[in-house]
Design a binder for this molecule. Structure first.
Ligand code: SF4
Ligand code: SF4
Length: 137
């Protein structure tokens, strides 16, 4: 399973290799979507955790034991379909293939399940039609 999580690091945890431990010790694949971490300051990380549920729960418990707050998030990407001209710019930017365009109608399609909230479509759309919202679950 894949869970999208926000990690909030206290000051004394930002210089410890906790993410490395999650991968090496807890066997969880981590896909970092956004990171704001500097040594000596509080930090935050938006990441996808991929493993079976038990391993993800172990990883969350490990982070909690180390003072890291973990909150699940859902992200919702959307675009203004009325104004879309189906130019395909956003499709080229979307490497997770959440956005596709093709036969028979060559209209843009969005698969929210594949979206990893990278925000590249926001920059790619010449008409600025995308918005992305994050919400606690
Ligand atoms: S946020 Fe990223 S993954 Fe999601 S639709 Fe946009 S480009 Fe694709
Ligand atoms: S880049 Fe914008 S206008 Fe072009 S297909 Fe994507 S959403 Fe539509």
């Amino acid at each position: 399973m894949i869970k999208k999580l926000v990690l909030s690091f206290p000051v004394d945890a930002t210089d410890r290799p906790l993410v490395y431990d999650l991968i090496r010790v807890h066997d969880v694949s981590i896909n970092i979507l956004k990171a704001e971490i500097q040594p000596g300051k509080t930090g935050s990380l938006l990441a996808e955790f991929e493993a079976d549920e038990a391993k993800i729960n172990e990883a969350i418990a490990y982070l909690n034991d180390n003072g890291v707050l973990v909150s699940p998030v859902s992200s919702k990407v959307s675009y203004d379909q009325e104004r879309c001209i189906d130019c395909g710019n956003c499709v080229s930017a979307c490497f997770s293939r959440a956005l596709t365009i093709g036969a028979p109608d060559w209209k843009l399609r969005l698969d929210p399940e594949r979206c990893i909230a990278c925000k590249l479509c926001l920059k790619a759309c010449p008409l600025k039609l995308f918005k992305i919202e994050f919400a606690d679950m």
